[in-house]
Design a protein around this ligand. Structure first.
Ligand code: MRU
Length: 379
């Protein structure tokens, strides 16, 4: 990966032939107890891994989808169909379809170029095989580029976000937003790491993040590896913690941000934002600009993934509710922009968060060469 990380966690790696082609995933469902890897040699296995949260978190889902398209191309699968299936494997994180579409576009462009180039060539069979390999290589190059861009975005988010952190800050975070979800050090967690390194982090409060415990299992794992002083709390303890004046700032990531600044993130985020407003605590969201979906006008345009009820009615494989009990298990919720103090992206900070400040960030999505990328959109 392009960015050197202090915390040595690698959620995904591409395996070239002859050992591959394959996408190797650190199995996040087994952390922190076991560091096991799953080798995905076909798109079906990768999609199943995405649905089971073996690989997860918005930016890494974009990277995984792009490598999945490359995998389909090297295998000689129906690449547009594979890209479609990958992009729809989970509905909320926009990076998933974004990554699949970008890799598909690179592959399609290469296929078209090969067709133009191949006209009149002698051996049709050899020509077709070579052309397919070059098109697959174009998809792979695009996946690598997305990965490198995510690493760079992560570092830039950390730099911008640090400006919002005061001395001896006690920060509360939800879900998992670190190296496990990024080619760099993450989004919200990258800012937390930067604050820790700058000596500004007094304590990290880690919401356990029911029902799948991304906070307790994954964020605490990353915090422990980085030597961050932290404590895990049940999601429902955040209210009394804030009432006691023990939280200076809340920072979370995002799975999809609508054009009006509505933020879809792990279920429980909305409750935290309401609590933060009630207690006068800043509520900050960190995400790469690729997480902003300008085609979604507002909260109503964001599809929230509903997951199996069993995730709620059982705990660590043991039933905790009667078998006849139904469950309500949305994986995400949506927080209105009015509750978000600031949005930190790789291009700067939107503060306040609204359609205008997001639009300005979107305009920087493809910065011209030499253009500044540290612009604060509005303060
Ligand atoms: O269901 P998950 O674990 O994929 O949900 C992940 C989150 O909600 C993260 O907070 C979000 O993707 C931001 S990751 C930088």
């Amino acid at each position: 990966m392009a960015h050197t990380r202090a915390v040595d966690i690698r959620p995904l790696r591409w395996l070239d032939p002859p050992a591959g082609p394959a996408v190797v995933l650190l199995d996040q469902t087994r952390l922190p107890a076991e560091e096991e890897y799953l080798t995905c040699r076909d798109v079906t296995t990768l999609i199943d891994a995405i649905r089971r949260l073996v690989v997860r978190g918005a930016p890494m889902l974009g990277v995984a989808a792009a490598y999945g398209v490359a995998l389909a191309a090297y295998r000689g699968d129906d690449v547009p169909a594979a890209a479609g299936l990958l992009g729809r494997a989970r509905p909320t994180a926009v990076n998933l379809s974004w990554g699949a579409e970008r890799a598909l576009a690179a592959w399609s462009g290469a296929v078209a170029a090969e067709e133009r180039r191949g006209e009149g060539a002698a051996d049709a069979a050899t020509r077709a095989a070579d052309a397919a390999t070059r098109a697959a290589a174009a998809a792979l190059a695009q996946a690598r580029e997305i990965e490198a861009q995510d690493a760079a975005a992560s570092a830039a988010i950390a730099g911008h976000g640090l400006r919002l952190i005061g001395e001896r800050s006690r920060i509360l975070t939800h879900c998992n937003t670190g190296a496990l979800v990024s080619a760099g050090e993450g989004t919200a967690f990258a800012i937390i790491l930067a604050a820790h390194r700058a000596g500004r982090l007094a304590r990290l409060w880690v919401d356990e993040t029911r029902p799948l415990l991304q906070g307790a299992r994954l964020t605490a794992y990353e915090a422990a590896r980085a030597g961050i002083p932290h404590a895990v709390l049940t999601d429902s303890a955040a209210a009394s913690l804030m009432a006691a004046g023990e939280v200076d700032l809340v920072i979370t990531g995002a799975d999809r941000i609508a054009a009006d600044g509505s933020v879809a993130n792990k279920v429980g985020t909305y409750g935290l934002a309401v609590l933060a407003r009630h207690h006068g605590v800043p509520f900050v969201v960190a995400a790469p600009v690729s997480t902003i979906d300008f085609t979604a006008a507002g909260a109503g345009a964001i599809q929230v993934e509903q997951r199996p009820g069993q995730e709620v009615t059982s705990f660590a494989g043991n039933a905790v509710a009667p078998p006849e009990s139904a469950a309500y298990n949305p994986a995400f919720d949506v927080t209105g922009a009015a509750l978000v103090t600031a949005l930190v992206t790789e291009h700067g900070i939107a503060q306040p968060v609204h359609a205008g400040t997001l639009h300005a960030l979107g305009a920087m999505r493809k910065p011209r060469e030499g253009a500044r990328s540290d612009v604060s959109v509005e303060r």
